[in-house]
Design a binder for this molecule. Structure first.
Ligand code: PGA
Length: 251
């Protein structure tokens, strides 16, 4: 059975001491969670080593928010997969819409990054999602289908065991506008079908697909009740340990 996951994307927020405090509070409160709900936090690069020591021995796993598209060498300012693994990261988020929108991250680049992450032993949380214009033009299914095909169709059913998909409609990220449970569910079901077409029904059924975009304690229950929604990728609400855990308790 696929795993339920609630992951917190801290984005470019908190100083290291603040991040360590937040991680401590998440660990402390995570004891209330049922066995089948996994927690992941994704702090900024600078925090990873310190947060890793806070998470040690807890059920909370550590993710980066991005990784380099090369293995190593003269790439000033970049952080490689082996660096992330060496500080105890188990995951990296890839293809977040903010990376696609502000830093020119393309599907082609993402294929390279996913390859490197998997080869280096990291799991991947791959983000997909349409923007407002695409939704209003009725193209949301096509956009998301293309993103999934362009990136994930380069991999195998075995690779999919280490990949989580996060559907994040860009118009819902940080805007307070959440997709309705029905809007989210129909895209999640579409993603699972696109995965099944390539990897088979079993692999698609085993893939965790998260919803992200203004997910908070007040709407998580309804979203998570949907058949194909297996948890959330949480931005703003992940910066408060109480809200983050409250969302995870919505199962
Ligand atoms: P949000 O961000 O919860 O603040 O909307 C979600 C995300 O971008 O991952």
């Amino acid at each position: 059975m696929r795993k339920k996951i609630v992951a917190g994307n801290w984005k470019m927020n908190t100083t290291v001491p603040e991040g360590v405090e937040l991680a401590k509070a998440v660990v402390e409160k995570s004891a209330q969670l049922p066995e089948n709900v996994g927690l992941i936090v994704a702090p900024p690069f600078t925090h990873l080593a310190s947060v890793a020591s806070v998470l040690k021995g807890s059920k909370v796993q550590l993710s980066a928010q991005n990784c380099a598209d090369h293995e190593k060498g003269a790439y000033t300012g970049e952080v490689s997969v082996s660096m992330l693994a060496s500080v105890g990261c188990q995951w990296t988020i890839l293809g977040h819409s903010e990376r696609r929108q502000y830093y020119g991250e393309t599907d082609e680049k993402l294929v390279e990054k996913v390859k490197l992450a998997l080869a280096g032993g990291l799991g991947v949380i791959l983000c997909v999602g349409e923007n407002l214009d695409q939704r209003e033009a009725g193209k949301h299914f096509d956009v998301v289908t293309d993103q999934i095909k362009n990136v994930l169709y380069n991999f195998t059913a075995d690779d999919m065991k280490k990949i989580i998909v996060a559907y994040e409609p860009v118009w819902a990220i940080g805007t307070g506008k959440t997709a309705t449970a029905e809007q989210a569910e129909e895209i999640h079901a579409c993603i699972r079908k696109v995965l099944a077409d390539k990897f088979g029904a079993q692999a698609a059924d085993d893939t965790t697909i998260l919803y992200g975009g203004s997910c908070k304690p007040s709407n998580a229950k309804e979203l998570f009740a949907q058949k194909d929604i297996d948890g959330g990728l949480i931005g703003g609400a992940a910066l408060k340990a109480d809200d983050f855990i409250q969302i995870a308790l919505s199962y």
